[in-house]
Design a protein around this ligand. Sequence first.
Ligand code: ARG
Length: 253
Amino acid sequence: MTIIIGLVAVSGCADSTDEAAAEELVDKVPVYIVGTEPYFPPFEYADENNSNEIIGFDVDLINAIAEDQGFEIEWKDLEFDALIPALQSGQIDMIVSGMTITEEREESVDFSEPYINAGLSLAVAVDNEEIKSLDDVQGKVAVVQQGSTGALKADELKAEGIIEEVIYLAHVSDIVMNIQSGRADFMINDLPVTKSYMVQNPGVIKIVDDDIQSDSYGFAVKNGNTELLDMLNAGLANVQADGTYDEIMGKYF
Ligand code: ARG
């Protein structure tokens, strides 16, 4: 679904040459609908001064790419596990949501070039002395974001009979609450996001393994949407070359 905004220059008298000129001035700016789950700092989260505004690394990066490529963005908030179905049904044009490029997802969407590395980490309550690494999770309860790569990892541990249970929740803040309350023993989540949570809320959780798996994020488009994918890749290359990417990195990391 692409909306075209037509900016028509209106002239005083309308003879046929003016009409033709006006026609040429119709500046068609494509507007792409971007799906995200915006509770994932520092990648996408509500601005504390204006909760209607989404800010973050992903937001600045896609805005810079949009400016470079001449398109506009309209955001759509969805739960993380609803993003790929929304892309497939045409409800959104792309996913910008700290989404890890995985082989399994490649079957249902097309990913851009990777735009950042972000692996998985294991975290526990600050006072947990029992779990010091992934080797200590035997018989324990994991809590993860539903539909995430952290959830996939926990599912693997469960399937191997290593862990007892997996709790799936929509938002990272709820995940941490389950660690705090003792309902779950450990969480598997993207390292930069868990780190950011710890900076914002010190003394709640600690990371005991920061390299469970190394991954890269990509922007996703509908299978075969090469027109948009080419723009995303070209824009990404341009903002990486002109220093904008590094500036955004410096702002959030
Ligand atoms: N990187 C992980 C994944 O792709 C988690 C991403 C969650 N993103 C978000 N905005 N909630 O599965």
